[in-house]
Design a protein around this ligand. Structure first.
Ligand code: ADP
Ligand code: MG
Length: 455
């Protein structure tokens, strides 16, 4: 069994290779829809565990591509006899997306500046990046770095939550620089890869070569720097590399999921150094930006998607652009492969698991506000102990909705209503359940409020 040990990084490499073969066998649309969302989990004995974002995906991949995936994995590493696909929770998906290095096509070996860079994704260019209020600063800064011949600010630090376009902008900068000045040496890699190079150089007692290699770079781009938080020796090495490059007027570009000062587990001197240049954040998407992105993606696709469906998706899938693209891909796939008509109703069904998680994000404050507005009472009446029916009923309806639409417990809900006991909340929930059956105006109100809240 000793041969079967595969490190996380080797597993990524193995999966990338399988992924590339699948892309050439099955074509871009199939791979973008069904294979890209899979990520390698771990190797356990002779079984490779892959992770899919939903049951729908898992079943489709198992029914259609499983055999081929097993064969290709087995060709890569003969230890692998079985491939199992499981489904992760949304939080776990976000986490795995964050650390997953992108599987991309290799076009040209000489692209790999100093043999360090990972291949760039041809789709991630400035042209394909839709600009809106939430990302305009980051976009402008990225463009400036890409297009100026001198070092404008050093480093450029891009940060924002997962799936909002950091990696996209970094690839775009790299493409643009490559295009304008092909001779400049660009090294783009994840912080994980940086650590991998470093750890390997230490293991093979080859740190001088490591240093030389990195210091010969004109533009160093490190994606997801938060990965090295808590990894002291890698940080130390990065700090020296960083300083050497900046001192020599070479451009450094870094991305992270947080601002430099919020990077817990990062050395103080590195935090402060990272904040010296331009720090640009990418905010969560707005409805307008989501719709813009969907229109751009839909225009590049052969099937026609009604505007109503795009608007529906822009309304519903609010977490990040990656999920937005995933949602659109699924709708396209259901039309192309299963022959479904593209309608809002069908989209709702295809996306049911995604929608459930976004519906859960209703907050108790929103519920209280909307219910107060609906019944024309003051927001403060939600927290008051007064029992007059015109106040108590709305309050009980709000408690009922909080139980139904959030994951909060009865005591937590009670607390948010001016420190009420959990039995008070339970009583409210029971009472409203009864009223829904017996009182038409209450049941209509609940329907309307629910609709407003999970819109
Ligand atoms: P991050 O690195 O911030 O986690 P990515 O750059 O990987 O996010 O973006 C996730 C996906 O969303 C990618 O496929 C990317 O092309 C797409 N994307 C993100 N922002 C935009 C945008 N403004 N316009 C077009 N596509 C976008
Ligand atoms: Mg990224």
């Amino acid at each position: 069994m000793g041969d079967c040990f595969v490190s996380d990084i080797d597993l990524e490499v193995l999966w990338n290779s399988v992924y590339r073969k699948l892309r050439s066998e099955l074509g871009d649309p199939v791979v973008d829809s069904w294979i890209s969302p899979l990520s390698p989990g771990k190797l356990d004995g002779d079984t490779l565990h892959l992770v899919a974002p939903s049951m729908f995906f898992r079943d489709w991949v198992l029914n259609n591509y499983h055999r081929r995936i097993v064969d290709l994995c087995n060709q890569e590493n003969s230890c692998i006899k079985r491939v199992d696909i499981s489904v992760l929770s949304q939080e776990e998906v976000a986490e795995s997306v964050r650390t997953k290095s992108k599987a991309v096509s290799t076009k040209n070996k000489s692209d790999d500046a100093a043999g360090l860079s990972i291949p760039l994704d041809p789709k991630l260019t400035f042209e394909n990046f839709v600009v809106g209020k939430p990302n305009e600063l980051a976009y402008a800064a990225a463009l400036r770095v890409a297009e100026s011949d001198s070092v404008a600010f050093n480093p450029l630090f891009l940060y924002g939550a997962v799936g909002l376009g950091k990696t996209h902008l970094m690839h775009a900068i790299a493409w643009s620089i490559k295009h304008r000045s092909p001779s400049r040496n660009i090294a783009y890699m994840s912080a994980e890869k940086f650590m991998y190079h470093f750890v390997r150089s230490v293991r093979y007692k080859d740190t001088m070569a490591f240093k030389d290699q990195f210091r010969a770079v004109d533009v160093l781009m490190i994606d997801d720097i938060q990965f090295i938080c808590g990894k002291e020796s890698t940080q130390e090495e990065f700090f020296h590399t960083f300083n050497a490059l900046v001192d020599n007027n070479r451009q450094v570009i870094v991305s992270a999921d947080k601002s430099p000062s919020d990077l817990d587990g990062m050395e103080e001197r590195l935090k402060s150094r990272l904040g010296w240049g331009l720090v640009a954040d990418i905010h969560p998407t707005t409805y307008e930006l989501r719709l813009g992105i969907l229109h751009a993606k839909a225009a590049a696709c052969t099937v026609k998607i009604p505007d109503k469906v795009l608007e529906f998706v822009a309304h519903k899938v609010t977490s990040n652009v990656r999920e937005l693209e995933g949602a659109l891909n699924r709708i396209i796939a259901s039309a192309v492969f299963i022959g479904r008509e593209i309608t809002v109703e069908n989209a709702r069904e295809v996306l049911s698991d995604l929608l459930r998680t976004s519906e859960r994000k209703v907050t108790i404050e929103e519920i209280q506000k909307k219910v107060a507005v609906h019944y024309a009472i003051k927001l403060s009446d939600m927290f008051s102990p007064r029992r007059a029916r015109q106040l108590a009923l709305p309050r009980q309806i709000a408690m009922y909705l909080a139980k139904k639409l959030t994951t909060l417990s009865l005591p937590e809900i009670g607390k948010s209503f001016g420190g009420k006991n959990h039995t008070t909340v339970l009583h409210a929930v029971k009472k409203i359940n009864k009223l829904i059956d017996s009182d038409n105006s209450v049941s209509e109100d609940i329907k309307l409020l629910t609709h407003i809240l999970i819109r």
